[in-house]
Design a protein around this ligand. Structure first.
Ligand code: ATP
Length: 198
């Protein structure tokens, strides 16, 4: 396997602010981070581009590639297939970038099982009430989807203390504070990526 900076796995319930934190990292360090582009069988949302936000494909194709061992993790979430291919993560590492994986708890377990070298971080909400407020405030989901996501959130939050799963749990209460904690956690990886790109 090609050497390069190790990856960062970011998990946490829908609406907790993972995307917001990742976007801040990418804004502060535009060249250091890369996304492994996930595969999904769900339909693109407005503005999403194939190969950039996701590789949009079919459930059958994902299942076939999973069977061939081409995925680090895969899952069915809210009735749709999602997965991260080995190739997608390698592509980012080969560019000397820190690969960010935004995956669910089950995906983290699978990545651990596949021995993906990474910092595993769980982003937790200050409370379930606050999580619900953020999900509604974002305005991207219908009522039924919000209820499903909140149900899943309860299960995800329970996994945050699972032995050997996460290296750190960051509570996203004040965004700037959570961001500072995240940066501190990955300081060494950032320095390594800067060196790799020098
Ligand atoms: N610390 C914070 N305080 C208040 N609002 C926040 C905070 N962090 C994020 N938000 C807001 O909460 C909403 C959900 O955030 P975001 O979309 O980043 O969640 P996510 O974890 O990436 O969700 P998903 O997994 O569904 O993509 C957004 O409207 C975002 O602006």
């Amino acid at each position: 396997m090609t050497r390069g900076p190790s990856a960062i796995v970011i998990a946490g319930p829908s609406g907790v602010g993972k995307g917001t934190l990742i976007e801040k990292l990418r804004q502060e360090f535009p060249t250091l981070f890369g996304f492994s582009v996930s595969h999904t069988s769900r339909a693109p949302r407005p503005g999403e581009e194939n190969g950039k936000h996701y590789h949009f494909t079919t459930a059958e194709q994902i299942e076939s590639d999973v069977a061939k061992g081409k995925f680090i993790e895969h899952a069915e979430v809210h009735g749709r297939h999602y997965g991260t291919s080995v190739a997608a993560v390698e592509t980012v590492r080969e560019q000397g970038k820190i690969c960010i994986l935004d995956i669910d708890v089950q995906g983290c377990r699978a990545a651990r099982a596949k021995e993906l070298v990474a910092k595993y971080v769980f982003i937790a909400p200050p409370s379930v009430e606050e999580l619900e407020k953020r999900l509604r405030g974002r305005g991207t989901e219908e009522e039924a989807a919000i209820v499903t996501r909140l149900g899943n959130a309860m299960r995800e939050i329970q996994a945050k203390d699972e032995k050997g799963l996460f290296d750190a749990v960051i509570v996203n209460d004040q965004l700037d504070k959570a961001y500072a904690e995240l940066k501190e956690l990955i300081k060494g990886d950032v320095e390594e990526a800067i060196k790799a790109q020098a």
